[in-house]
Write a protein that binds this ligand. Structure first.
Ligand code: CAA
Length: 260
């Protein structure tokens, strides 16, 4: 499908989705959210795609938030629909059976920070800036920010960031665990691809099951999480990859995984 507000590329098993609305710092209007949704469907169905990277086009912004000019005149009903749609699209990222890496290359504010938080792994360039500035507009985060930020950085820091609307830089984001790595902007995509390649060299069924176990456990009590982990662990032993992975270790050679 042709896209107007995003770019979608496939390079050696890695799908790159770049949000591309430079005039509004890649802000998410409804049309862009629909295109992201469509792109996610395409990468989900495409068996060639093993890992997904999401970034912002240009050097200034990842995504500067939901589109304020579009939200300005929304009534409560439309606002609810908008929030629910954004939440649904971002939840699709979280539930996708393929790892998704956010390469945050600039402003990740409001819906942009929320988009990054829905991804499995977040890396950032030195110039990246994060924040949930919604209260400064008289609204609250609507694409999952009140739910994911406290799960990622803890309740106290999340409340501070959401109540003050403060922006933090990449180093601070690293310190509080909002991102896991900070690199030079020119190296950001290269680093994201390196992480993707490293993941793809492993047993991808195992990676998928680990994602599911972490996602289930983070939102459940520990017994439920442990029980899911034990079942997923058992499922690994029904795969060719488990046999190959362990045989390769014992034979002191590199494994050849077949994703079966
Ligand atoms: N929506 C619509 N347009 C936006 C935008 C947004 N979120 N962010 C930036 N833009 C537009 C600006 O209006 C401006 O357009 P014009 O050139 O037509 O005037 C253009 O992008 C460039 O922006 P600035 O001139 O403001 O650039 P700057 O370098 O001075 O500032 C910035 C950069 C600090 C990111 C600033 O643009 C900013 O504060 N943006 C808004 C950030 C924000 O509040 N995001 C949260 C939105 S609400 C939300 O996301 C709700 C939710 O949870 C779902």
């Amino acid at each position: 499908m042709e896209f107007k507000n995003i770019k979608l590329e496939l390079n050696e098993g890695v799908s790159l989705i770049a949000i591309d609305r430079p005039k509004s710092l890649n802000a998410l209007n409804l049309e862009t959210l629909k295109e992201i949704d469509q792109a996610l469907e395409e990468v989900k169905e495409n068996e060639e795609v093993k890992v997904v990277i999401i970034t912002g086009a240009g050097e200034k912004a990842f995504v500067a938030g939901a589109d304020i000019s579009e939200m300005k005149d929304m009534n409560p009903l439309k606002a609810k629909e908008f929030a629910e749609f954004g939440q649904k699209v971002f939840r699709k990222i979280e539930l996708m059976k393929k790892p998704v890496i956010a390469a945050v290359n600039g402003y990740a504010l409001g819906g942009g920070c929320e988009l990054a938080m829905a991804c499995d792994i977040r890396i950032a360039s030195h110039n990246a800036k994060f924040g949930q500035p919604e209260v400064g507009l008289g609204i609250i985060p609507g694409f999952g920010g009140t739910q994911r930020l406290p799960r990622i950085v803890g309740v106290s820091k999340a409340k501070e960031l959401i109540y003050t609307g403060d922006m933090i830089d990449a180093e601070e984001a690293l310190r509080i665990g909002l991102v896991s790595k900070v690199v030079e902007q020119e190296k950001l995509l290269e680093e994201a691809y390196n992480i993707a390649k490293k993941i793809m060299s492993k047993g991808m069924i195992a990676v998928r099951l680990a994602k599911e176990a972490i996602n289930i456990g983070i939102n459940a009590d520990i017994e439920t999480g442990m029980s899911y982990e034990a079942k997923a662990f058992a499922v690994c032993f029904a795969t060719e990859d488990q046999k190959e992975g362990m045989a390769a270790f014992l034979e002191k050679r590199a494994p050849k995984f077949v994703d079966k």
